[in-house]
Design a protein around this ligand. Sequence first.
Ligand code: DC
Length: 213
Amino acid sequence: MKKIIAVDGPAGAGKSTVSKICAARLGYTYIDTGAMYRAVALNNLELGIGNEELTEDFIKNIEIKLDEAARVFLNGREVTKEIRTPEVSRGASDVAKLGFVRKKLTELQREMARQGKVIMDGRDIGTQVLPNADLKIFLTATVEERARRRFEELKAKNFPADFAQIKKEIALRDKQDSEREIAPLAQAEDAILLDSTDLTIEQVAEKILELAK
Ligand code: DC
């Protein structure tokens, strides 16, 4: 059985939903690295700090924790829900460009994966964070389909949602995450490409579980 599984891909491809299912079935820990970038972005927004004012020292003193239930804590306060707003999504993609932010979070992520039996999702897990992962998946779907999924998700939660706006924001994040200089969103050479456009969540999870055997 593969002990360390890396799942990368663009926003809304289904990485977190599928990774959670696989982690539960395998008895592994799920680690959502996007949530960590989101926590840094939330902290910035709450304190009114822009990217240009962020310093390495400041970042060093922020405490970010994920628990077994994938709840997210920022300086000891639970922020699981607060980090899911569109404003934080944008902020996370911005803050993810900074080398010293990536360095701190990458160290934390490697530490979290050290005990094995983990499934970690993000943008640079297979390429930078865990290049020796036993199984690497690159999960994609068309921008249209990813926007549709996010739209349905927001509607189900009774959040206001505008399909065209969501699609625009996803396309912008794709561009920003793929074109940044440090650790851009990219498929590792040894990653297996899974296109989830025409697959259900269950079908994608089944494929990953089969590959994990
Ligand atoms: O997966 P997500 O949408 O929660 O991620 C939020 C942002 O964080 C995403 O736009 C890019 C950044 N990110 C990253 O740069 N590297 C990761 N390993 C995970 C997320």
